[in-house]
Design a protein around this ligand. Structure first.
Ligand code: NAD
Length: 352
């Protein structure tokens, strides 16, 4: 392959307005000629539009991607991919579509070109979460790391206001946990700071004018930086809690991240205030948990798990699951502490 790779992740990463129109040259660069295009049902038009422009390079379109990558959806898409003898995958969409592309790549090792349209950051990681019989498991495998990422800000202008906010906070969560990750490096810390700064500066602009291409491009740069942090270092309390809540109570991904983030930060800030300080500086408030809660509130983010439909009675069960399997976190995980955290997050109170 004659393409330039990023030194940290070995991916070919591009940011350009309208870059989706150059897709055919990227496909040719990786010596492919039979593209299989993926999307969710809601983004069928975007996928069909791309496929049409690729004309005889596209051999199939599958628009059935679903959140949390159910294995039965993967099986259907995989069969279709094989039946048309595709030699590469093109995913246009958020983390759900990228997840399907990764799942197909795991089985086929086909090269992937991802065109992200949210800020989830999955395109920058070798991580795949899949759901079978309602249970979500996560694997890490270099086979699923996409080869090429094309960030086209024009495709993100349609991201609804609420999803722009929650998806942005979802991305910021990767960077926050990167700041205090046990295996962090100077490079990962710098990327985490860059990613956070992009969102702190640009998310408010995107809400003022969703079609502000410069602000959308900056949020995509933030998404890449935060996603790369997620793929490079280990995550802790925040991601474990969101995994528990998403998996066991079927709560939506980005919204759950947005609600838990201030509370997880406040919990860990007691142990590592110095490591979280860069975020406090960006938000002009050293009380980082409260600062990100105010930031989220100012953007109109959901603040309570109750508004996502979680029942008060489920808090105890969520605590049980969250403390059952020990994992590394900068502050000791205690039942009492997690109970208080989840109660505040459920009620939508400011973090303590
Ligand atoms: P999503 O991909 O499910 O998208 C949410 C909805 O928004 C979908 O209906 C989608 O079609 C629509 N949408 C996306 N972009 C749009 C746009 N620009 N305009 C209009 N509509 C648009 O949501 P998500 O939060 O991006 O992804 C969540 C999934 O990604 C979860 O399954 C999560 O586990 C996974 N994820 C994985 C990783 C990883 O590294 N493996 C990282 C982050 C998220």
């Amino acid at each position: 392959m004659g393409i330039k790779r990023h030194s940290l992740t070995n991916q070919s990463v591009h940011f350009r307005s309208g870059i989706r129109h150059e897709l055919d040259s990227f496909i040719k660069e990786i010596d492919c000629s039979r593209a299989f295009v993926l999307s969710t049902p809601e983004q069928t038009d975007v996928a069909r539009d791309l496929a049409e422009k690729l004309q005889n390079i596209t051999v199939g379109v599958f628009t059935g991607a679903k959140m949390h990558t159910p294995v039965e959806v993967t099986a259907m898409a995989l069969e279709h991919t094989k039946s048309v003898n595709a030699d590469c995958l093109v995913s246009v969409g958020g983390g759900s579509t990228t997840g399907l592309s990764k799942a197909i790549a795991l089985h086929t090792d086909l090269p992937q070109i991802i065109i992200p349209t949210t800020y989830a950051g999955s395109e920058a990681t070798p991580i795949l979460g899949q759901t079978e019989d309602g249970i979500k498991t996560t694997i890490k495998d270099d086979k699923v790391l996409p080869e090429i990422i094309l960030y086209d800000p024009e495709l993100v202008v349609t991201l609804p206001r609420n999803l722009s906010v929650t998806s942005g906070l979802n991305a910021m969560a990767h960077a926050v946990e990167g700041l205090y990750a046990k295996d962090r490096s100077d490079d990962s810390t710098q990327l985490a700071k860059d990613g956070l700064q992009y969102f702190v500066s640009s998310l408010p602009d995107v809400l003022v004018d969703p079609e502000d291409i410069k602000a959308r491009e900056d949020t995509l740069r933030g998404a890449w930086a935060c996603g790369t942090v997620l793929g490079t270092v280990g995550m802790a309390l925040h991601h474990k809690l969101c995994h528990t809540l998403g998996g066991s109570f079927d709560l939506p991904h980005a919204e759950t991240h947005a609600i838990i983030l201030p509370h997880a930060i406040a919990y860990n800030a007691l142990a590592v205030p110095d490591l979280l300080e860069p975020l406090g500086v960006m938000l002009n408030d050293r009380n980082t948990g409260k600062a990100i809660w105010e930031f989220a509130k100012s953007l109109g983010a959901p603040l309570s798990l109750s508004e996502l439909g979680m029942k008060e009675d489920d808090i105890d069960l969520a605590v049980d699951i969250a403390v059952k399997n020990p994992y590394w976190n900068p502050r000791e995980i205690t039942r009492e502490g997690i109970h208080k955290l989840l109660r505040n997050a459920w009620a939508g109170s400011a973090p303590e």
